[in-house]
Design a protein around this ligand. Structure first.
Ligand SMILES: C[S@@+](CC[C@H](N)C(=O)[O-])C[C@H]1O[C@@H](n2cnc3c(N)ncnc32)[C@H](O)[C@@H]1O
Length: 424
């Protein structure tokens, strides 16, 4: 793990600041359980361990930073197009745009910090799941999608005009399906159901031909079969933290998609369920939450865990958890990459005398994203200039010449000269 981050740290800060300080390709598993855009505020009940915890699940223009949209436009044009498409959907589309931009900029960082063999699980519900799936397809690649896991449960409901909404969705993507990503089937097997074993007129196979160790659970997980009752009804687990998830759900994910000693990251850790599950399974972990309750609760929950498991707490055991409000510093090569980007000139023979002038951190992948829209792959990179004043330079070129959206009409050499001679 990166030397600027200790194992068992809870960061109390906006997760974007923390994610930006994590080295590229250093995390094995990311589980995110973000606000779902439910348009309400969640508050812990009085008298519970989590009393005082609350979080806002409402997104408006006030939660959106222009620099996120700029960054997405420059580095992830496909995500930018998707976000703009959302704006055209009838209903609460402008708020949905704000929520999705907030999620996109964080998912892009999660993608960067994941190892090539790593996985991500995004927990959400039908409020935004269909939009989030598209976002994940753009960022992680559709080919890296593995499952939509449905966690279904029962509970009180007063709906009269539609079916009670009693399931969550978890999108499981790997960083690179071609790499040897971790998926430990033996660790998560469950017994076959009676109907499958043939005992009650089984429909599949005879009991003897079924695998003794059981089966890999299907992509639907259920409170009784999988012991994943909503936490409000599990007295031994309930902290009172709003939207707390069951340990069994996190344990299955961690067992399947990481190995002992691997690093598990939860950027929206709440009452630190992921951290506790990772601790129980001997993984290293990092939790992030804007609420300080996360640290108080992880200490309490880990203390209980050791007391229950080992009879008593070992000397100094609690000092094993760390708390920080300071973002870590990246120590890898790309540490300063964020400060500089390329302004490029790209040509296409069909548009003589016109050039695309834009910004990208990675010009090669920008060029290849243009090529996908051209069967002849005729786009050509003519020139690129690395600068920390990339926005001002791009604006300067578009202002100086006749320009239409990203296209500039001028002699190429004139554009290059103007770029070279530009002084901020
Ligand atoms: C749905 S809850 C997570 C619950 C958690 N899975 C558990 O089992 O307790 C979402 C959490 O995200 C936190 N949060 C919201 N926005 C955040 C941000 N930008 N950075 C860090 N944490 C954030 C909230 O404080 C809240 O605790």
């Amino acid at each position: 793990m990166q030397e600027t981050i200790k194992n068992r740290t809870i960061f109390c800060k906006d997760n974007l600041d923390i994610l930006e300080g994590i080295n590229t390709e250093t995390i094995d598993l990311v589980y995110l359980d973000p606000p779902f855009n439910k348009k309400k505020v969640f508050t812990a009940p009085i008298g519970t361990s989590a009393e005082g915890a609350s979080f806002k699940d409402i997104f408006t223009e006030a939660d959106l930073k222009e620099e996120w949209v700029q960054e997405i436009r420059e580095d992830w044009p496909n995500v930018y197009e998707l976000l703009n498409a959302v704006k055209n959907i009838e209903g609460r589309s402008s708020y949905n745009f704000c929520y999705l931009a907030y999620m996109a900029i964080r998912l892009i960082e999660c993608h960067r910090v994941l190892k090539n063999t790593g996985s991500v699980y995004l927990h959400c519900d039908a409020t935004m799941s269909h939009y989030l799936k598209l976002l994940l397809d753009c960022i992680f690649g559709e080919k890296n999608f593995k499952n939509e896991i449905v966690w279904c449960y029962t509970g009180p409901s007063n709906t009269k005009r539609y079916y009670p909404r009693k399931h969550d969705s978890l999108f499981f993507y790997v960083k690179n399906a071609q790499d040897n990503y971790i998926f430990n089937t033996q660790a998560i097997k469950i017994p076959y159901a009676k109907l499958e074993t043939g005992k009650t007129g089984g429909i599949f196979k005879q009991a003897a031909t079924l695998h003794k160790a059981g089966k890999i659970p299907e992509d639907w997980w259920e409170e009784n079969r999988d012991n994943m009752t909503p936490v409000g009804r599990i007295q031994t687990e309930r902290t009172g933290y709003p939207t707390q998830k069951p340990l069994a759900l996190l344990e299955r994910i961690i067992k399947a998609s990481s190995s002992e000693g691997d690093v598990v990251l939860d950027p929206f850790c709440g009452c630190a369920t992921t951290c506790v599950a990772a601790e129980r399974l001997s993984r290293r972990w990092i939790g992030i939450d804007v609420s300080v309750k996360a640290y108080e609760l992880v200490q309490e929950r880990i203390r209980n865990m050791y007391e229950i498991r080992q009879g008593k707490l070992e000397e100094g055991e609690l000092s094993k958890t760390y708390f920080s409000t300071t973002a870590p510093t990246r120590t890898d090569d790309g540490a300063n990459a964020k400060d500089q980007k390329y302004v490029y000139i790209i040509s296409h023979p069909q548009y003589e005398g016109e050039y695309k002038v834009g910004i990208a951190s990675d010009v090669k992948s920008r060029l290849s994203s243009y090529q996908t829209s051209d069967p002849n792959r005729d786009y050509k990179l003519e020139y690129k200039q690395l600068t920390e004043h990339y926005r001002a330079l791009e604006r300067h070129i578009h202002n100086q010449f006749d320009s239409r959206q990203e296209w500039v009409r001028a002699e190429m050499q004139e554009i290059i000269n103007a770029m070279k001679s530009y002084r901020p």
